[in-house]
Design a protein around this ligand. Sequence first.
Ligand code: TRP
Length: 341
Amino acid sequence: MGDMTSDRPRVLSGIQPTADSFHLGNYLGAVRQWVALQETHDAFYCVVDLHAITIQPHDPALLRQRTRVAAAQLLGAGLDPDNCTLFVQSHVPQHAELAWVMECMAGYGEAARMTQFKDRVARYGTDKIGVGVFTYPILQVADILLYQANQVPVGEDQRQHVELTRDLAQRFNSRFGETFVVPEPFIIKETAKIVDLQDPTAKMSKSAESQAGVVDVLDNPASIEKKLKRAVTDAETEIRFDEVNKPGVSNLLTIASTLSGTAVADLEASYAGKGYGALKTDVAEIVVNYLTPIRERTEKWLADEDTLDKVLSAGAVRAREVAEQTLVAAYDAVGFLPGPR
Ligand code: TRP
């Protein structure tokens, strides 16, 4: 960290602590990328608990638990606190402080056009969602700008929020002078599209109706085996990659290929003449072998809360140093008097 990484481009990303475990789709999408980027970038990763309370009502005990679980899983998956800055958003007060300033820079209509916000309104109605759902993207803007991030590794669904970040950063810079780095989106290409084991037409998602089709990173081996054994396939018998006609079998091949590094074509060849049962058994074994060390490391972190909390505190101290410099510059630029901080 520090000098060692200061000439590297900076990345900032965040993940919500809203589930008891990441699932295989999250892992192969975001988390694995985060682990890789700490080697090449000056990486800041944030467990966004402030964002998590926009879904109301929330349970405080559950939020506390899920925040620790999210951090422990990131460490279990290979984030190295000596090689990146891992912290919890609420530990760094500058996020909420800058968010207010950026809310005043954003147009009401501009914020109302955010797709995720519109989806929530369509689904729940304006009386059932809090104001925080509306301002959510602007808190995300603050998350990014505070660290002067060059790149923001996110999935395609977050592109619009990164575009908003760019717009607000440019607006601020042109009104008040160069203050923020204008970040580039770094859209994580889905190297592997992982779909629900029970409904292979839907992406694997924590909001799935049934958990039977979702493999969690923290699932025990028996549960992984059960979920894979029951995976939906098709009425044929041939093991062949064909996403349109054989989405279930194709998903099993994708999972096996991504985790084992064996090309799909080689897998197809090796299963010639074999049945779906054999494929499912093998995929279960591959998944169990892959996830077991991650789960065990995560459990170790969770069993030692003091150490985990210390790592997160150290991350917050480092994050605050960077965030405070940006916040002081932004406050000064808009004309707030210098005061004790
Ligand atoms: N909104 C992001 C998501 O749901 C999470 C997030 C919050 C984030 N702050 C961020 C992502 C800053 C990238 C950068 O996935």
